[in-house]
Write a protein that binds this ligand. Sequence first.
Ligand code: AMP
Ligand code: ZN
Length: 470
Amino acid sequence: MLSKFYLYNTLSKKIEEFIPHTPGKVSMYTCGPTVYHYAHIGNLRSYIMEDILEKALRYNGYDVKRVMNITDVGHLSSDADTGEDKMLKGAKREHKTVMEIAKFYTDAFFNDCQKLNIKRPDIVEPATNCIQDFIHIVSSLIEKGYAYVAGDNVYFDTSKLDDYYALTGHNSKDLMVGVRDDVEEDPNKRNKADFVLWFTKSKFEDQELKWDSPWGVGYPGWHIECSGISLKYLGEYLDLHCGGVDNIFPHHTNEIAQSEAYLGHQWCKYWFHVHHLNDKSGKMSKSKGDFLTISLLESKGYDPLVYRMFCLQSHYRKPLEFSYEALDNTSSAYSRLKKRIATLQQEGEIDKNSAETYRVRFAQTLGNDLNSSMALTAVYDILKAPLNDATKLWLIEDFDTVLSLNLVSKSKENTTVDAQLEELINAKIHERTLAKQRKDYATADAIREELLAKGIVLKDSREGTTWSKI
Ligand code: AMP
Ligand code: ZN
């Protein structure tokens, strides 16, 4: 079944039928994490929605090849080529080498992905593995007159393009990072929007990772990484490029500039951007210091898949506000859904003919600009449908290849404990409540940890403390 798939394209600013360069095959590129810290749940919203997109395309019959980079060099604190390399900042913070930091946080990222049932892309490539590929592209851009050397750095000359701002849809100078008041101007740039392809004259003497290049010892800019890795593994015609909305400018705008200047033709046809997860104080960001991670949610007793479901409940093109109240609602909804699924018996013959009608509808829902909340509703529709239990279970498993909420396997999990353990839990909760009343938080935390070691998670709310089995 190869169904029509419609997606909002940031480039054309409308919902379009998705038609890949080679019929039935999709080349998909995702900007990967900058591995100087844990991913926060905002980053993970983007990766959950990109995961659903990949799985939705596969469900609709497309053969997807997906590539993701790991940014382990070149991403400076400001996207406008100023500030310190984020990796170096992370290494200093933890008194480790950049490579140690990169390995630690790359593993942590994929660990989070696993907990969230985010499939690992077919190819995952750290930027530091592809330095020669970047040097090749930069050399070619200089030869073609799109790049220049100034002050020992190599810059892309944005004035050489007719429509540098095609992706943002603005021609406004206000969008240019270089003209913002808070950004230090680089006197080497011929135009304010020009960006660095290769740094040799690093402002940071202690920049740890440096490579030989025709322009001296240095390191690549952040934007060239994604162009280089995408071109290397997915070729000259990219079907789909993904990222969070903050990547539209300057990162993706610069990727388009350099890739198309290098190739001499259009590079990527469809651009998919996920809107931000915000907290009450605004956009969640790693540099804010105190940020929410999946491990933190777990330590508070949430199944990571509750967060996945929370993301699926809203459309990827709408900002999403995080709150524990909202997450609690999703948590209850997830439990209720699992309980309903648990009542289904493996009885009767699977009615493949009827199931196909529901499958087609589910595929269309996904192909309707990735309507993930309606796709979730489709599970509730199955529970109410005039189908036998075996067919319902079969369809829920089938939908879950996309939703990835472990709906059937988790519904079979035993959530009860024996009477002795239950008695102990209740006694400990009481002891902990008393400890909190006398502001003895060390004891309260120790009790939480003690129960956690027994596989019991405590959750505090205004109504009191409840517990659940991990
Ligand atoms: P980074 O690790 O900072 O390079 O970001 C990884 C991905 O997370 C990128 O695609 C960003 O666009 C995306 N991202 C960053 N902040 C948020 C947020 N608050 N909500 C959703 N996605 C985000
Ligand atoms: Zn990127």
